[in-house]
Design a binder for this molecule. Sequence first.
Ligand SMILES: NC(=O)c1ccc[n+]([C@@H]2O[C@H](COP(=O)([O-])OP(=O)(O)OC[C@H]3O[C@@H](n4cnc5c(N)ncnc54)[C@H](OP(=O)(O)O)[C@@H]3O)[C@@H](O)[C@H]2O)c1
Length: 235
Amino acid sequence: MAEWLRSVKSLGMSVCPETDSAWVQELRELAAQHSSVRILPLDVENSASIQEAFVSVKDQLAGSGLNLLINNAGKAVSLSFHTESEESMHQLYHIHVVGSLKMSQTFLPLLKKAAQMGPQDSLSCNRAAVINISSTAGSFTELLGWKFGPSLSYRCSKAALNMLTWCQGLLLKEEGILCIAIHPGWVQTDMGNYRNFLAPIKKEDSVQGMLKVFSTLSEKNAGYFFDWEGKELCW
Ligand SMILES: NC(=O)c1ccc[n+]([C@@H]2O[C@H](COP(=O)([O-])OP(=O)(O)OC[C@H]3O[C@@H](n4cnc5c(N)ncnc54)[C@H](OP(=O)(O)O)[C@@H]3O)[C@@H](O)[C@H]2O)c1
């Protein structure tokens, strides 16, 4: 899904690590075809990298604001209760929670600028929004994939991301910025195709579904947790 999320963001910038995997190649081809797609390196575990991405995006925007920030970076580690490690608990918390927070904090000036320049009457993704890609694996009631294993570091860090989203929803709406969390579905990505089990949802269906949800969001949804089909989810 990462490649799709990034590619559909032709409205703005795409950020990715500098690797040569197949999807990076695909993304490069897209950028070559569409001048509005720009690729930037980003490691959300590294503050200096986030700052560098911010400076590049600001330069590219040349005085305009940033309408949409999608915090999509994610990692899953599948360990049992007995083998779950301090290292993976720290790393996944860092990527999903600290990384998403630092991204929102760093890009705030550009989001605020978009909020000030956009329609003043309500919150929307057309005006300014932060979307945190979460998971029902971190929902108390849904526990997606429980039969495949506890994956404690993944579940706990996504649950914490949901709380971060709720708090940011409350805080950022004062600035005219909408913040929500969304579960993309169980998608056919490297992460979704777990142990040769083919995930049920195609990447393009997940992304198209999420884009549709984004277009319907307003002020009353600040801090909410949705799935890719627009269903409101329980924490
Ligand atoms: N696939 C599913 O079924 C599913 C379900 C629920 C939620 N999600 C969420 O959807 C999001 C996208 O996941 P996916 O399915 O596309 O998984 P994926 O195929 O494993 O892609 C994850 C992406 O996150 C990037 N990433 C990891 N650590 C990063 C870091 N420190 N800085 C910047 N980028 C980093 C990875 O880059 P590298 O390739 O360079 O490591 C990769 O491009 C994640 O937040 C995931 O938790 C996925």
